[in-house]
Design a protein around this ligand. Structure first.
Ligand code: SF4
Ligand code: SF4
Length: 146
């Protein structure tokens, strides 16, 4: 699968919001309701072209995408203001979500995890891209691979 990382670091290439299959998006939003308590998302309003593409985007309130586009960046880690208030609430890790959402994540299935959580694992991408863009020292790259 071709990597497609959002400006905020989200794994767009792993997100079921990009699926044309209504049933897959339905399963995803049902999982979000169960795990995160999100009530507003439906298979109809969660359909996304992917952060770097034109078209509908699942997060219609995202402030990071228009800002990064206007500045001509491919990642917020290129920005002198990183990490700003517009994207801080988009920083997440899959490990953190599993813990913060416990006990709702206690019995999570592999399917629920893959549909509902893995796309939001932005922190590891932001660190990796942050190293590439001079925000962190190079030695961290080796350390993170341990
Ligand atoms: S939350 Fe915004 S910046 Fe992040 S992937 Fe979605 S549209 Fe892109
Ligand atoms: S100001 Fe914030 S949202 Fe905009 S490009 Fe910089 S880090 Fe991203």
């Amino acid at each position: 699968m071709r990597e497609h990382i959002g400006f905020c670091g989200y794994n767009c290439h792993l997100c079921a919001a990009r699926s044309e299959d209504y049933e897959i998006r339905k399963k995803m939003v049902e999982g979000w309701r169960k795990i995160f308590g999100h009530e507003n998302y439906t298979p109809e309003n969660v359909i996304c072209a992917g952060c770097r593409n034109e078209g509908p985007h699942a997060d219609t309130n995202c402030q990071a995408r228009p800002c990064a586009l206007e500045k001509g960046f491919t990642s917020c880690t290129e920005c002198a203001e990183f990490p700003c208030a517009k994207m801080k609430n988009l920083m997440a890790s899959k490990a953190g979500m599993l813990l913060w959402c416990y006990p709702r994540t206690a019995g999570i299935s592999k399917e629920e995890y893959e549909l509902c959580m893995q796309q939001f694992d932005s922190m590891s991408n932001l660190i990796r891209l942050g190293i590439k863009n001079g925000k962190f020292p190079d030695w961290l790259d080796n350390d993170l691979q341990d």
